[in-house]
Design a protein around this ligand. Structure first.
Ligand SMILES: Nc1nc2c(ncn2[C@@H]2O[C@H](COP(=O)(O)OP(=O)(O)OP(=O)(O)O)[C@@H](O)[C@H]2O)c(=O)[nH]1
Ligand SMILES: [Mg+2]
Ligand SMILES: [Zn+2]
Length: 485
């Protein structure tokens, strides 16, 4: 739904403060000669326990693939990624650096991101995981097309999409939007800081609320610490995970910057993050994570290309030529009353993995080009909308009755304050299906809160709403609710 600038700023909270140059700060630290550049084995011997959590299908076996001809291999390379893996964790812990190490793509491309040295928007990058037929053990796992050691072509395992989330505390709403499309996640913890940091806690809680079960913990920046410090930090991580759903999550020591243990990380992802089972034959549903205009300034009207919507399909298929509906759509204020007008458009082309295809299915990042006026989609104005076939989408809500479940503590602030009950007239930040809105509480009952929404959202009864409240001028995660009819 298109948002006015002022509303967006309010939802996001204050802009991230200017940070001193991070590169300087980190590179100043002393390196331990024992740990730098040395592969580390995974600390965790309990990796198996984390497999197949909550029935996301059977864990993948690593039997070798049948030999395939060049044509088959090329088709796989060009195929749609099969799942979205999030990179989450506290600011500066190395999410974007690891995304680049895994995919070759630096996702902080906006000028504001480059200037501040932090991620502001969600970043997207795809990669093919591969295996060298001649290497042994975890060393087989790579993203390179040729094994440097054996000089042989490596084999395709799986193509996945990464979603790089911002870690800055003021960008929690963006992280929460990203979490709705994540099928699994990597939580980064910097080994040179005490664990947990506030957003380490808050992001892990967000994963838990979003129902993401398969999580790998990356203990990053091990090149900056001594072995002793790495072990101490590892114990802090273990203690932090105790009692959460991620108690047995594997913890992999990594240096994202130097590319240490990336092979072990890929193997671990392959072991514990099976491709989720989804229904390609159901009514299609695409969650819009971004929307943009691809026309260069000055393009003549006859040469203009229609608006692009990017995101993830959670079920069903979308094809070139399909007529689609976008909800809530355009939000208009008429005579002091807010109404959302669903948009109807046609898919002009389907894109995934850098290629144009005829059809898209559930899985990793996809994009569709539509016949929408580029002005309607620019700068992520349709983020948080749902796309499906006309008349088949969930309903639009202007008002929500929420069945509220609050956390005990505010996890994202330095002191873990108690979460007080929701108050009358309180202003809450609500994240639903990748969209976000502000809700003003106007009625309270036992475990129930009714909110009037500043912007409408599209959802089904029973869908989960993530609730944040303003604590010390920032929106902090305080719980979730289910939409009650
Ligand atoms: N020494 C060392 N520095 C690292 C490592 N990984 C990341 N860094 C540095 O840490 C700083 C932050 O890295 P980013 O990748 O931008 O961190 P981020 O988690 O994406 O930050 P936000 O997106 O803003 O939350 C940069 O200066 C990186 O070069 C590592 O393994 N070792
Ligand atoms: Mg980043
Ligand atoms: Zn090899």
């Amino acid at each position: 739904m298109p948002r006015k600038k002022s509303e967006k700023a309010q939802v996001e909270g204050a802009q991230p403060e200017e940070k001193e140059t991070k590169k300087k700060r980190t590179s100043k630290k002393k390196e331990s000669p024992e740990t730098a550049n040395k592969p580390h084995q995974s600390h965790s011997h309990k990796e198996k326990d984390n497999k197949d959590q909550k029935g996301q299908g059977k864990s993948r076996e690593h039997e070798d693939f049948e030999p395939m001809d060049a044509e088959q291999a090329k088709t796989l390379e060009d195929s749609q990624p099969v799942m979205n893996i999030g990179l989450v964790g506290h600011v500066d812990h190395g999410k974007t650096t690891l995304t680049e190490k895994l995919t070759g793509k630096w996702t902080d491309t906006h000028s504001e991101e480059t200037k501040r040295g932090i991620t502001i928007r969600l970043g997207y990058a795809d990669v093919v995981f591969r295996k060298c037929p001649e290497c042994e053990g975890y060393e087989q796992f790579t993203t390179k097309k040729t094994c440097e050691k054996h000089n042989v072509p490596t084999r395709f395992i799986r193509k996945v999409s990464f979603v790089d989330a911002p870690g800055h505390e003021s960008l929690m709403a963006t992280m929460l939007s990203g979490a709705t499309i994540m099928d699994g996640a990597i939580l980064l913890v910097a080994a040179n800081e005490q664990c947990p940091q506030p957003q380490t806690r808050e992001h892990l809680m967000a994963l838990e609320i979003a129902g993401i079960r398969n999580v790998v913990i990356v203990q990053n920046k091990i090149d900056l610490v001594t072995e002793e410090r790495a072990i101490r930090n590892y114990n802090e991580i273990k203690q932090f995970l105790e009692g959460t759903s991620f108690e047995n999550a594997p913890i992999i020591p990594v240096s994202a910057q130097r590319g240490v243990n990336i092979d072990i990380l890929i193997k671990t992802i392959e072991d514990i993050m099976p491709t989720p089972k989804r229904d390609p034959d159901a009514e299609p549903l695409l969650l819009v994570a971004r929307s943009f205009d691809i026309n260069k300034p000055g393009t003549k009207p006859e040469g203009m290309k229609g608006g692009i919507l990017g995101g993830a399909i959670v079920r069903g298929r979308l094809r070139k030529g399909d007529k689609i509906e976008i909800r809530p759509g355009m939000v208009l204020e008429e005579q002091n009353k807010m109404t959302a007008k669903p948009l109807i458009t046609t898919i002009v082309s389907c894109m995934t993995g850098g290629k144009t295809v005829d059809e898209l299915g559930p899985g990793g990042s996809v994009a569709i080009q539509t016949t929408l006026d580029p002005g309607v989609v620019h700068s992520d104005s349709l983020t948080g909308n749902l796309v499906g076939l006309p008349e088949k989408l969930p309903k639009t809500w202007y008002d929500l009755k929420l069945e509220v479940h609050l956390l005990e503590r505010v996890v994202g602030s330095h002191q873990e304050l108690k979460v007080d009950p929701i108050k009358m007239n309180e202003i809450l930040l609500l994240n639903v299906n990748g969209g976000k809105t502000i809700g003003a509480v106007y009625d309270l009952g036992k475990g129930i809160a009714r909110c009037k929404l500043k912007l409408p959202i599209c959802a089904d009864p029973g869908d989960k709403v993530v609730i944040s409240r303003r604590v010390d001028s920032r929106f902090r995660l305080i719980g979730y609710a289910l939409i009650n009819e």
